[in-house]
Design a binder for this molecule. Structure first.
Ligand SMILES: *[C@@H]1O[C@H](CO)[C@@H](O)[C@H](O)[C@H]1NC(C)=O
Ligand SMILES: *[C@@H]1O[C@H](CO)[C@@H](O)[C@H](O)[C@H]1NC(C)=O
Ligand SMILES: *[C@@H]1O[C@H](CO)[C@@H](O)[C@H](O)[C@H]1NC(C)=O
Ligand SMILES: *[C@@H]1O[C@H](CO)[C@@H](O)[C@H](O)[C@H]1NC(C)=O
Ligand SMILES: *[C@@H]1O[C@H](CO)[C@@H](O)[C@H](O)[C@H]1NC(C)=O
Ligand SMILES: *[C@@H]1O[C@H](CO)[C@@H](O)[C@H](O)[C@H]1NC(C)=O
Ligand SMILES: *[C@@H]1O[C@H](CO)[C@@H](O)[C@H](O)[C@H]1NC(C)=O
Ligand SMILES: *[C@@H]1O[C@H](CO)[C@@H](O)[C@H](O)[C@H]1NC(C)=O
Ligand SMILES: *[C@@H]1O[C@H](CO)[C@@H](O)[C@H](O)[C@H]1NC(C)=O
Length: 451
């Protein structure tokens, strides 16, 4: 609030300055006429009048320039990205009234295609960098190290491991924009809590803070106003957690969807109340969809066992990464190929369309289930996971959402589906930041913009 009030005060001061200047010009003119009639030496009068006019002209020009500058400041485009983890494109498009209002006042994509694998960290980083996961290096939610045979066991653990995110040539927008002189902030957003090339966003709220959606909105609004931030990423994980636990279309998930939508409505209302609606672009996205699990296949005890591997990523999910011992490579490959509903690829065979090969973090083998089927790789506990994601991003069930409103966006426009790497060049365009090399295409998404 403070800043917008300041702008208004300054603006009205400028207005009165201008008016004063105009009045002064008139007075001077009248005055010099009367001086002229008193026959003072003509030459010095002309010089005096000319100097006064010149000084006044300069003042007027300065005034006009400052007002123009201040107006530009007022309309400086800002972006708040709200990422709702696990929001599938087609499930809640009718029940979320705030989200629907974004589509009516702005734009939406029919759906947004995640990068592979359709997991949270890889996709949130793709949205922030415009890179496929093979190019940004966050190839899985779990941080692992084939050489040292270590891995994390939760998404949260990975969020504070700097080197997993800080890779050569990889820069999320909150860093690139900050380098370009913009102010940026991240609220629980993956990658925002680590240092990238020894730089962080201007403001950050750690994941462990566990802010509710409304808390997050309050912090974001405060940053936009009091700290004049240009770009804020706000993340919430509740919906994904609930979908994992209770499944797609469960009443529990519906209740969280309502909380998410209420949070979004609260954001829109606050922007209106603080007269920020004309400068702040709101982008609502998700990282992936969700689908109920229909079959669980334990990896070990199907002709392969732990000893066959240098490394295996322990997961309960649609895909995993394996490094069979050199001498076991072909046996393991042939054995795993026989498991129904799963596809096994040696690294060099991984289909190009997944963009999941060209990174040394990816070990020598990938195994991927058909929609609904998951692997239990080395976990002993019987899981209560009912729904999940991570399958081929081309399945419609894995598709996510893109909705946006604000001064940069058209009204009531529906775009065809696009891939989430395209969001990065779109955000760069809106802010006026030069994008870093990326895998997105502005042309695909540009028709959502007013200019
Ligand atoms: C909502 O998604 C369904 C697909 O599940 C689609 O048929 C329908 O047209 C969508 N409605 C709106 C308002 O987007
Ligand atoms: C593996 O562990 C060693 C010893 O702890 C460490 O120096 C090395 O950096 C680790 N490798 C990777 C890739 O993290
Ligand atoms: C975050 O808060 C929710 C309830 O609001 C709670 O269920 C959850 O355990 C909390 N998570 C952490 C990591 O503190
Ligand atoms: C997400 O938002 C919900 C609802 O506002 C809240 O209960 C939860 O603590 C939030 N937490 C995280 C970590 O996203
Ligand atoms: C998904 O599984 C949950 C829990 O078993 C169930 O309540 C829900 O109806 C299922 N959803 C669909 C779409 O099958
Ligand atoms: C917005 O302003 C109205 C009217 O002053 C007020 O009733 C409402 O609580 C405000 N909402 C938010 C989210 O700030
Ligand atoms: C599962 O059980 C096996 C055999 O008892 C043990 O070696 C392994 O460490 C256990 N794995 C986990 C993740 O607890
Ligand atoms: C992913 O799905 C698409 C579309 O169905 C298909 O063309 C492609 O072959 C699939 N890729 C893999 C690796 O399953
Ligand atoms: C994605 O972008 C990176 C950085 O420009 C580039 O190195 C990589 O080859 C691109 N990937 C594809 C599939 O074009």
């Amino acid at each position: 609030m403070a800043n917008s009030v300041n702008y208004h005060v300054l603006e009205s001061e400028m207005d009165s300055m201008l008016h004063d200047t105009d009045d002064a010009t008139l007075k001077e003119e009248t005055h010099s006429h009367s001086i002229g009639m008193r026959k003072t030496p003509m030459k010095s009068i002309i010089i005096m009048v000319l100097s006064i006019v010149l000084v006044l002209l300069i003042l007027v020009v300065i005034g006009v320039l400052s007002v123009t500058y201040l107006n530009c400041q007022d309309e400086k485009p800002k972006i708040i990205v709200v990422l709702v983890d696990g929001l599938r494109w087609d499930l809640y498009n009718v029940s979320m009234s705030a989200l629907k209002s974004v589509a009516e006042n702005g734009v939406r994509a029919e759906s947004m295609v995640p990068t592979f694998p359709s997991l949270s960290s890889p996709n949130m980083y793709s949205i922030a960098t415009g890179l496929f996961s093979e190019s940004h290096g966050v190839v899985h939610n779990l941080v692992f190290d084939v050489e040292n045979k270590t891995q994390s066991h939760s998404f949260e653990e990975g969020l504070t491991v700097d080197y997993w995110w800080d890779q050569p040539g990889v820069e999320p927008l909150w860093i690139t924009a900050r380098r370009a002189g913009f102010k940026t902030g991240t609220i629980m957003y993956p990658g925002g809590s680590v240092s990238i090339k020894e730089m962080r966003p201007n403001k950050n709220v750690f994941y462990s803070f566990n802010a509710t959606m409304k808390d997050g909105v309050d912090i974001a609004i405060e940053w936009l106003i009091d700290d004049d931030l240009d770009l804020v990423f706000l993340y919430n994980t509740s919906l994904d957690d609930t979908l994992h636990q209770y499944g797609v279309n469960s009443p529990q998930a519906d209740a969280v969807v309502k909380e998410m939508d209420d949070g979004l409505g609260y954001l829109l209302q606050k922007l209106e109340n603080h007269t920020l609606a004309n400068s702040v672009n709101v982008i609502v996205v998700s990282d992936h969809g969700h689908h109920n699990i229909t079959e669980v296949v334990p990896l070990f005890g199907r002709g392969v066992n732990r000893d066959d591997f240098e490394f295996y990523l322990e997961v309960y999910g649609p895909m995993t990464l394996l490094q069979p011992k050199e001498e076991k490579m072909d046996d393991v490959y042939e054995t795993l190929k026989k498991i129904e509903h799963f596809h096994v690829y040696k690294k060099e065979e991984i289909p190009k369309d997944l963009h999941y090969r060209n990174n040394e973090r990816i070990p020598s083998m990938l195994i991927l289930g058909d929609l609904g089927t998951v692997l239990n790789v080395g976990l002993n506990s019987s899981s209560t996971v009912r729904s999940t994601h991570g399958w081929n991003s081309s399945y419609m069930e894995m598709h996510s959402v893109f909705y946006a409103q604000g001064p940069a966006f058209k009204e009531g426009f529906m775009s065809k589906s696009f891939t989430n790497v395209d969001v990065y060049p779109l955000m760069c365009k809106i802010l006026g930041v030069t994008p870093r090399p990326n895998n997105g295409t502005l042309d695909i998404v540009q028709n959502m913009l007013t200019t």
